[in-house]
Design a protein around this ligand. Structure first.
Ligand SMILES: [Zn+2]
Length: 300
């Protein structure tokens, strides 16, 4: 499932063609959203003010005071294209926002609603969300205080970092990457940790999430990602796997940008870039968590 940075990137792409523009046409799939389809005429001609995100939810703000709420969950996909062109896909079109020149098309999503200000405030999902992990106003001290609050301090970091009520926009890969970057044991609980450790966790939470947004999902530090990428290119050029030099990180085994994106996520059995210990994978509530048992042992 896309996490905060991917949802924000999608919002940026949609915002680039819709923000400030008048909706020349709008479509809701009448089979799935018959109530929304009745609003199409009324919404046509309204301006799109901006596209906001809160965690994994997208909020398309319209000039008439309404907001289109959408959540892609597992299957939803946005596509942006020139007006009149549709992508070649078997997916079902659920929402289309057309200007005279462009279209933003949402496929396969099952969570789309039209809300006014009161509806936004009372919304069962939005009203329970914690702060957005990419909110520029969010600072590490606020994150530290949140971790130390009575509501959250006795829960494991592994549980907190996929709980949208704790922190909106964090999911499977951000959880693994943030806890590794902060050198936190996944089962440590905030109430067991010194304030300095929670400060470090707060800083790394923002660093990793913001880096992922800037780099299209690369959470490794830029220098390490560049070295790993160079190894992949060298291996492809020579047609064989390269052996890493002394002090260099082990050659990545994963394909494509997966080979340099992550420190621990989806790297089960591969050596940790920091210490060489094989990365471990555990499943918690059906969701995978990856960690280095050596680097992240300090809090246990
Ligand atoms: Zn390690």
């Amino acid at each position: 499932m896309p996490e905060g940075p991917e949802v924000r990137k999608a919002a940026d792409r949609i915002g680039a063609v819709l923000t400030g523009q008048k909706l020349a046409d709008i479509f809701f799939d009448p089979e799935v959203f018959p109530d929304l389809a009745r609003h199409e005429k009324k919404l046509t001609g309204q301006h799109v003010l901006r596209i906001d995100t809160h965690g994994k939810a997208m909020l398309t703000r319209l000039g008439g005071g309404k907001t289109i709420y959408s959540h892609n969950q597992l299957y939803g996909r946005w596509r942006v294209c020139t007006r009149g062109e549709f992508p070649d896909t078997n997916r079902s079109l659920r929402l289309a926002l057309h200007t005279t020149e462009h279209s933003a098309l949402l496929y396969s999503a099952s969570a789309i609603e039209l809300l006014d200000a009161d509806g936004l405030r009372r919304h069962r999902y939005l009203s329970r969300l914690g702060p957005d992990i990419l909110d520029e106003r969010l600072d590490w001290k606020a994150l530290r205080e949140r971790a130390q609050s009575p509501e959250f301090k006795r829960r494991s970091l592994a549980a907190l970092y996929v709980d949208q009520h704790y922190l909106a926009g964090s999911g499977d890969y951000l959880r693994s990457e943030i806890l590794f970057a902060a050198r936190m044991h996944p089962w440590a609980r905030p109430c067991e940790l010194p304030t300095t450790a929670l400060s470090q966790l707060g800083r790394q939470t923002l660093t990793i999430a913001r880096r992922s947004y800037r780099t299209d999902g690369v959470t490794n530090p830029p220098n390490l990602a560049a070295r790993l990428r160079a190894q992949v290119v060298a291996a492809e050029t020579s047609g064989a796997a390269t052996s890493s030099g002394r002090g260099a990180p082990a050659a990545p085994r994963n394909k494509g940008n997966e080979a340099w994106r992550f420190a621990v996520f989806r790297r089960e059995g591969d050596p940790c870039y920091a210490c060489g210990t094989p990365i471990e994978r555990v499943r918690i509530g059906g969701r995978a968590l990856y960690y280095c048992p050596a680097c992240q042992s300090a809090n246990r």
